[in-house]
Design a protein around this ligand. Structure first.
Ligand SMILES: [Zn+2]
Ligand SMILES: [Zn+2]
Length: 72
């Protein structure tokens, strides 16, 4: 459990570095977070391929279903 969670934390960090800490929806560099494209409770992988960097505002919209990041 702890092992899986640290792998995801590392992947989120690597994803943000890859994306230059830039939101992939709006280009903001404020409050950028790593989002799992496939949530790990649905067997999403703990790899950077499964991470997209989003600012806090866009991240919230993705989780509300207002932004479909699978189109990016
Ligand atoms: Zn954004
Ligand atoms: Zn998320």
């Amino acid at each position: 459990m702890a092992k899986r969670s640290s792998a995801h934390t590392r992947a989120q960090k690597e994803g943000k570095v890859r994306d230059n800490y830039t939101c992939q929806v709006c280009g903001s560099q404020k409050d950028v977070e790593g989002h799992h494209i496939v949530a790990h409770q649905f067997l999403g992988a703990a790899t950077i391929d499964n991470i997209v960097s989003l600012c806090h505002a866009c991240h919230k919209e993705v989780h509300r279903g207002n932004i479909d990041i699978t189109k990016f």
